[in-house]
Design a binder for this molecule. Structure first.
Ligand code: GUN
Ligand code: ZN
Length: 434
């Protein structure tokens, strides 16, 4: 008899490989219709088929038969301060920033306000089955303290950073090159690798940083090579033209980041929709990462991301909601829109590729796949249980499902937070529906 452990009986699905990179798609995942998951000290100890014999070793088994257990979803790009402006009408990127985003972010100079929204935000992630995220704060260092403190309460794996922005935004949101460097450095010293928390150096995007600020961001990355870089890249045509006019001496948008030492295997570029062939090649050479933000790209009318091209160039792509440009916290809803974006380009998104992207694929893109992303023995036990059908319509569709793939596909296309029954972080139950 093993003490200090949680044992759950359910159906299980997790990924071993990228379905796009393996000849036989069946070898990319493991599905156990009736299985046992054993968690000890917050880590995966065992995942196996259920047998009466094996079950005898465990005194208490939580019975979740009828539910599907998967690794928690990982969101590779999201702005927690924008939670309250989700679904704001009528604008594309640059006007949307001016009209809605900047005024909202102003409020995060108030630590109490930041605490309140950080609490809402973390709870919303958990309700949606998201157990890790790469998160933008605002320009205010307090905003980053607030979200890290909230994640720390439940030992959640979170990466976040203070926005660096010293031009082309309202005065009330500007730092300076030097203050952004000093504040980011202090936050790295305070939070990076503290438990499961990690820091991301966060220049908002090229247009809101002076060359001096980008140079200091690069200096900071060189001083702390283990930290992340997160920013935006080639989201919108007007944005790209603006970058050209602000940095005429650079070859293009990505070259601005490249020039200041901000590309690399822990650099995550949100969107990356309108890349040139040279930029695709450069993303690949530098092992840089893309955060694919389907609901945001459609909502802001930004464009259609070319996943096939990223795969062909061997570029890691994580799934991302990009709330508040994105319109949902749900990885399932996000995948549903991803499917449609690829349809419009004559590409396909199998449910296996989709659910891989939301879990192991995003873990790989954040270089945390040695810690989370599937149920390999020893990994941190971040996982969720789902209802196959949470609505009458889902129920009707599931009854008609032909096989596992079809059932999962219907779940991906129709599912949302109503399908999430429980969420576990580091082996502990942190959310339970009703
Ligand atoms: N580019 C610069 N800032 C932002 C932001 O807050 N959201 C999105 N979607 N794109 C950006
Ligand atoms: Zn964003």
């Amino acid at each position: 008899i093993i003490n200090n452990c949680t044992v759950i009986r359910a159906s299980f699905l997790h990924f071993i490989n990228d379905p796009a990179k393996i000849e036989n798609i069946e070898e990319s995942y493991q599905y156990i219709a009736d299985g046992l998951l054993v968690i000890e000290d917050g880590k995966v100890k065992l995942l196996t088929d259920f047998t009466e014999e094996k079950a005898e070793s465990y005194p208490v088994i939580e019975d979740k038969r009828g539910q599907l257990i998967m690794p928690g979803f990982i969101d590779t790009h999201i702005h927690y301060p924008q939670s309250e402006i989700i679904a704001s009408y009528g604008e594309q990127l640059l006007e949307w920033l001016e009209t809605y985003t900047f005024p909202t972010e102003k409020q995060f100079s108030d630590k109490d306000y930041a605490d309140e929204i950080a609490q809402f935000f973390i709870n919303e992630l958990l309700k949606n089955g998201t157990t890790s995220a790469l998160v933008f704060g605002t320009v205010h260092p307090e905003s980053v303290d607030a979200v890290f403190e909230e994640a720390q309460k439940i030992d959640m794996r979170l990466i976040a950073g203070k926005v660096m922005m010293d031009r082309n935004a309202p005065d009330y949101l500007l730092d300076t090159a030097q203050s952004s460097y000093d504040q980011s450095k202090a936050l790295i010293e305070k939070w990076h690798n503290k438990g499961r928390l990690q820091y991301a150096i966060t220049p908002r995007f090229a247009p809101t940083s002076t060359p001096e600020q980008l140079a200091l961001a690069g200096k900071l990355k060189a001083e702390y090579p283990d930290t992340y870089v997160q920013t935006h890249l080639s989201e919108n045509k007007d944005e790209i033209a603006w970058v050209k006019s602000l940095f005429p001496e650079r070859e293009g948008y990505l070259d601005v980041y490249q020039h200041y030492g901000l590309t690399g295997d822990k650099s995550i570029f949100a969107h990356s929709i309108h890349l040139t062939d040279k930029e695709w090649a450069s993303m690949s050479e530098t092992k840089s990462v893309i955060a694919f933000c389907p609901t945001s790209n459609l909502f802001l009318g930004s464009g259609l991301f070319n996943l096939e091209k990223a795969d062909n160039n061997d570029i890691r792509v994580g799934l991302a909601t990009d709330v508040g440009g994105g319109t949902s916290f749900s990885a399932l809803q996000t995948l549903s829109e991803a499917y449609k974006i690829l349809q419009l380009q004559g590409q396909n998104l199998s449910v296996f590729k989709g659910l891989y992207m939301a879990t192991l694929g995003s873990a790989e893109s954040l270089s945390i796949d040695h810690k989370v992303g599937n149920f390999a023995v020893g990994k941190e036990a971040d996982f969720i249980s789902l209802n196959w059908a949470a609505t009458d319509l889902q129920q009707l569709r599931m009854k008609n499902a032909k096989n596992l793939q079809d059932k999962l596909f219907a779940l991906m296309m129709l599912g949302d937070e109503r399908n999430i029954q429980s969420t576990y972080v580091a082996g502990k139950l942190v959310y339970s529906a009703a």
